[in-house]
Ligand binder design. Structure first.
Ligand code: 13P
Ligand code: SF4
Length: 299
C-alpha cells in the first residue's frame, strides 16, 4: 500500500512531513506534524531531517525554505497556491509606502515572499494584535486580508490601513456566510461558534470566539461539547481526531481546492524523486526572513 511505502521512506530519517490543518485526512494522518501557519513556521526550524515535505499552499512551503536555507523543502504539488497571497504584489506595498511614509508595514504570512521582503514584520491569524502592538509606529499598512485587518482594528488603538482595500480569501469570504452559521446554530443551539478572522465581519460578529486554526484546538479543549466551525471544512477532521468525544459542525461547502491538491500518490512521488524543490530568490529570501524572524521573536 502507498501509505506503507511512504512510511518506509520516512524510516530513513531524512524526511519530515508537515501538514496544514486543511489537508485531506490521509495526509493529516501520515504527517509527522500538523498545525496552523505559525506552528508550522516554528516547527520547521526545529527539524533534524534534510528534507522537509510541506503539505500546504506554496507560501507556507516558501516560509519554511526561507527559514531553513540549509534544508531542502519539497512540495507534493507546486500549483497549490493561495489566491489571497497573490492579491498583494511587492509593487503595491512600495507605492503605499511612498503614500504613507510614516506607516509600518505588517503582512499576513499568506503573502508572496516578495511582499514579505517589503514588510517590517509578518503576522499570522494567531497573532495580528500582538504584532501590531509591538511596533512603535501608530499607522499600520496591513495586508492582504481585509477581514483580518478589520479584526485587528477592533483590538488595537493603532490605525490599520488595509492593503489592498478588498483583499480576501474566497473560501472565508464567499463559502462561509452569516446564513450558514445561523442555520447551523438553529440545528445546534448549544454549540459554540468558532470563526476564523478571515471570515466576513458579519460572520465574526456571530462568533463566540475568533481564532486561528490552532487556537480552535485550544478552545475546543476548554469549552463546550459542541462547536460550529467557521473555517475550511477539513479543520473538523483534525478537531474530531483530537476530541472524539465532542461534536464539530462544519460548513461543508467551505473547501480550499488549493490545499486539497496534495494527495498520497503525489506525496510518495515527491519523496522518491526529490524534485519539486521550493526555492526563493536569495535577496528576497534574506529580506523576507528578517520580517518573519521578527514575528517569531515575539513570544
Ligand atoms: P491559519 O494560520 O489559521 O492556519 O490560517 C491559514 C490560512 O490559510 C487560513 O485560510
Ligand atoms: Fe488561501 Fe483561503 Fe486557502 Fe487559506 S483557505 S490557503 S487563505 S485560499
Amino acid at each position: 500500500m502507498l501509505k506503507d511505502k511512504i512510511l518506509e521512506l520516512k524510516k530513513t530519517g531524512d524526511f519530515v512531513i508537515l501538514a496544514h490543518n486543511y489537508q485531506i485526512p490521509d495526509i493529516q494522518d501520515i504527517a509527522d506534524f500538523r498545525g496552523d501557519s505559525l506552528e508550522l513556521c516554528r516547527i520547521s526550524q526545529d527539524i533534524d531531517a534534510q528534507y522537509i515535505v510541506f503539505c500546504g499552499v506554496t507560501f507556507m512551503a516558501e516560509t519554511a525554505a526561507i527559514l531553513n536555507p540549509e534544508k531542502t523543502v519539497l512540495i507534493p504539488d507546486n500549483t497549490s497556491r493561495c489566491p489571497l497571497a497573490a492579491m498583494l504584489p511587492a509593487e503595491r506595498i512600495k507605492e503605499a509606502k511612498k503614500k504613507y511614509p510614516e506607516a509600518a508595514v505588517v503582512v499576513y504570512v499568506n503573502t508572496l515572499a516578495e511582499a514579505k521582503a517589503e514588510a517590517d514584520i509578518t503576522c499570522t491569524s494567531a497573532n495580528p494584535v500582538k504584532v501590531v502592538n509591538s511596533l512603535d509606529k501608530n499607522t499600520i499598512l496591513f495586508g492582504p486580508d481585509k477581514n483580518l485587518a478589520w479584526y485587528t482594528q477592533n483590538h488595537t488603538e493603532k490605525k490599520i490601513l488595509p492593503l489592498p482595500k478588498f483583499g480576501h480569501c474566497r473560501v472565508h469570504e464567499f463559502m462561509i456566510t452569516k446564513e450558514d452559521v445561523l442555520s447551523l446554530k438553529k440545528e445546534h443551539p448549544d454549540a459554540l461558534v468558532l470563526a476564523h478572522p478571515e471570515c466576513l465581519p458579519e460572520v465574526q460578529e456571530l462568533a463566540d470566539y475568533i481564532c486561528s486554526t490552532s487556537q480552535m484546538l485550544k478552545r475546543a479543549a476548554l469549552d463546550s461539547k459542541e462547536f460550529i466551525i467557521g473555517t475550511e471544512k477539513e479543520m473538523c477532521y483534525r478537531l474530531k481526531k483530537e476530541f472524539p468525544e465532542k461534536e464539530f459542525y462544519s460548513i461543508e461547502k467551505a473547501i480550499c481546492t488549493n490545499m486539497k491538491k496534495h494527495t498520497l500518490p503525489k506525496l510518495y512521488r515527491v519523496m522518491k524523486k526529490k524534485d519539486k524543490v521550493v526555492t526563493v530568490d536569495h535577496d528576497i529570501a534574506q529580506r523576507a526572513r528578517r520580517a518573519i524572524e521578527r514575528m517569531l521573536e515575539l513570544r
